[in-house]
Design a protein around this ligand. Structure first.
Ligand SMILES: Nc1ncnc2c1ncn2[C@@H]1O[C@H](COP(=O)(O)OP(=O)(O)O)[C@@H](O)[C@H]1O
Ligand SMILES: [Mg+2]
Length: 153
């Protein structure tokens, strides 16, 4: 089976009677690099939300790595179109946010918090943000502030 597979997938957002995407059949193999291109509103983000398990299909089935997607997927990263950095948290604290929410990090935070922080600092360094750990999102340029959002995934 393909790494990502959509079988007859349709989705209607709960506040809408119209289908945002209709009867999609699509597959992506492991190591395949795919770009979805299309006009605004054609369903690209909806596709990503279904693949990452943030949304469940109204009809049909979504599979990732041979398993049906029934909830948020840890193996799928998603860089959102709109910035979702929390303005009251520093760069480092924004990068660390998933560690406070997602298991197994959340429950092991007391023991391993230091290790997780080291990892976050290493990631920031890797994208050229060493020295910006204690800055707030509004102190970074728009271009820079989009980077930790990507890293945070
Ligand atoms: N939260 C939402 N509630 C209702 N309709 C939505 C929502 N998000 C997207 N849509 C609708 O779903 C369709 C696909 O949107 P989207 O996946 O965001 O498109 P794209 O990412 O390709 O620009 C559009 O018609 C859009 O208006
Ligand atoms: Mg979009």
């Amino acid at each position: 089976m393909s790494f990502v597979k959509f079988e007859n997938v349709s989705l209607a957002y709960s506040n809408s009677e119209q289908l945002a995407i209709k009867d999609i059949n699509f597959s992506i193999n492991e190591n395949e690099f795919v770009a979805l291109v299309g006009p605004s509103g054609c369903g690209k983000s909806t596709f990503m939300k279904l693949t990452s398990g943030l949304l469940s299909p109204s009809e049909g089935y979504v599979f990732v790595n041979k398993r049906e997607v029934v909830g948020p997927q840890k193996c799928v990263g998603m860089a959102f179109q709109a910035s979702n950095l929390l303005p009251w948290r520093t760069t480092l604290q924004n990068v660390m946010l998933p560690m406070e929410i997602v298991e197994p990090y959340r429950s092991t935070r007391r023991k391993k918090g230091h290790e997780y922080e080291e990892q976050a600092r290493a990631l920031l360094k890797r994208v050229g943000l060493e020295g910006y750990e204690d800055k707030f999102p509004w102190e970074l340029s728009g271009g820079i502030s989009s980077v930790p959002r990507f890293v945070a995934r």
